[in-house]
Design a protein. Structure first.
Length: 235
């Protein structure tokens, strides 16, 4: 093969290979994380703005609560389905008959890494949305504190948690990972909600668990008015 021919072959290879490698890299980035399943899309679209909250004493719900959740792909985060899920989860955690300080997607039947956390460390205690959150570091000193859970209604427990954590998640502005250091009660909420994404409930970590009588009485009243009923399409 003469020199000119060799050069042409090399250039041709470059022209073909470079875009192929670039496509493979971009492709692998895009396939990180999953889209919502068809069943999850049905749940998100068919639910009322205040969604049904899964409870541990319902056998089908407990499977969802115990299943580790998957990361969402950037494509899924940019979807209308995601916006609907985020809005409905917000309406659910702030509904008077729920009134939580945080909620995780498995609690509304969706095994994807999405949580709302009440930021006690910010003025006005805003609820903030986090996608693909992970606790990347935590202080070794454990501090006990009282917790409850919308999926374990009427029960509370004393749970030891790290006082300070580092959390990473996907920015909803840049769609890139960011990390943040959080402490105090907000760090406790992050740990509780991230546990949900790994199929763990507060009672698994609690030193003591007891019935909160005031909550039980309040829930009974809401129940009598038809709240907490499981929608037919979830059966
Ligand atoms: Zn919970």
């Amino acid at each position: 093969m003469n020199k000119t021919l060799k050069l042409i072959v090399r250039i041709a290879l470059l022209v073909v290979l470079v875009p192929l490698i670039a496509l493979a890299v971009v492709g692998s980035f895009k396939t990180e994380g999953k889209d919502f399943s068809i069943r999850e899309k049905v749940i998100i679209e068919h639910s009322d703005s205040v969604m049904y909250v899964t409870v541990i004493n319902d056998p089908a719900d407990s499977v969802i609560l115990r299943t580790p959740s998957e990361d969402l792909s950037v494509k899924a985060i940019k979807s209308e389905t995601f916006r609907t899920l985020a809005a409905k989860m917000y309406s659910t955690v702030t509904a008077p008959h729920q009134d939580g300080v945080g909620i995780a997607a498995p609690q509304v039947g969706v095994n994807k890494r999405v949580i709302w956390v009440m930021r006690y460390d910010k003025p006005g205690k805003p609820l903030e949305l986090y996608v693909n959150p992970k606790i990347t570091a935590s202080s070794s000193s454990m501090i006990p504190g009282v917790e409850g859970c919308l999926s374990v209604p009427c029960y509370k427990g004393s749970v030891p948690r790290s006082g300070k954590i580092e959390i990473s998640y996907i920015s909803l502005e840049t769609f890139r990972p960011v990390t943040e250091i959080v402490d105090g009660y907000t760090a406790r909420i992050f740990q509780h909600e991230c546990d949900h994404l790994d199929g763990i409930l507060f009672k698994d970590r609690a030193d003591t668990v007891y019935i909160d009588e005031a909550w039980a009485a309040e829930r009974k009243e809401f129940e009598a008015q038809g709240y907490f009923k499981k929608p037919d399409f979830l059966d």
